[in-house]
Design a protein around this ligand. Structure first.
Ligand code: URA
Length: 239
């Protein structure tokens, strides 16, 4: 691959910034000063340094964040803080996005990545990868809910949701597992059943559970074992 692409895939700068740094003589490949931005390097074996610091090629990154309430699942917004703004400078990259947005007031598991194919597969209803939400409801009269969710709740616009798993616990609380992500879906599902969502928190995506050590607003890279859990589901559920 080209050295300028290697650099901007790996650190948070644009292609033209990478080229400028190369032309200033700040970049070395295998110990030799790079003179041309079009130099081809092997990302698996070449040692690249900038200002004397090694930069290791990382094409794809995956972060698990515990989204706090009041933060938007967007890249940028003129008024509200966004989840991507919570990333530390060294983790910011222009190609990052959120795989499976949450409403502003929803908290919990947010997956941030730059791997489009992975995100697409993870979110595709055809892959049946369930996202688990903990829900606090206005009232706890859940008569008929389990079978309604199993059959598929009809929303106010006539859309019939895919079957969902409803697990009540405690007072006015439940877990709901859904495999699709329509706009405000869970709030609308409960509204269709005559109830109201007071609090919503995503606790798991597929078999990967939100790390309870992450305080609201904190994040960490996915562990290889968690990535594997996603991948197993994606490949196992290939239609
Ligand atoms: N369903 C909702 O209503 N809101 C979310 O943020 C996620 C699922």
């Amino acid at each position: 691959m080209r050295i300028d692409k290697y650099i901007c895939d790996t650190i948070n700068i644009t292609r033209s910034q990478a080229r400028r740094r190369i032309s200033c003589g700040r970049v070395f490949a295998n110990g030799v000063r790079v003179r041309s931005s079009s130099l081809q390097v092997d990302e698996n074996s070449c040692t690249v340094t900038m200002d004397g610091q090694p930069i290791k090629y990382t094409r794809y990154v995956y972060f698990m964040m515990n989204k706090p309430g009041g933060v938007l699942s967007a890249s940028s917004d003129r008024h509200a803080k966004t989840a991507l703004e919570l990333l530390r400078d060294e983790d910011r990259r222009a190609d990052l996005f959120i795989a499976g947005r949450l409403d502003k007031d929803t908290t919990g598991f947010l997956l941030i990545t730059n791997d489009g194919d992975f995100a697409h597969a993870l979110l595709s209803p055809r892959k049946h990868i369930y996202k688990t939400y903990e829900v606090l409801l206005k009232h706890g009269d859940f008569d008929g809910y389990r079978s309604a969710f199993e059959k598929g709740v009809e929303l106010e616009d006539g859309y019939v949701c895919k079957p969902a798993e409803f697990i009540p616990f405690g007072n006015n609380r439940c877990l709901l597992k859904i495999s699709e992500g329509k706009f405000h879906q869970i709030k609308r599902m409960f509204r269709a059943l005559g109830n109201e969502v007071l609090k919503l928190r995503r606790t798991a995506m597929g078999d990967v559970i939100l790390d309870e050590n992450l305080k609201p607003g904190e994040y960490r890279p996915l562990k290889p074992s968690e990535y594997e859990l996603f991948l197993n589901k994606i490949t196992k559920n290939d239609p």
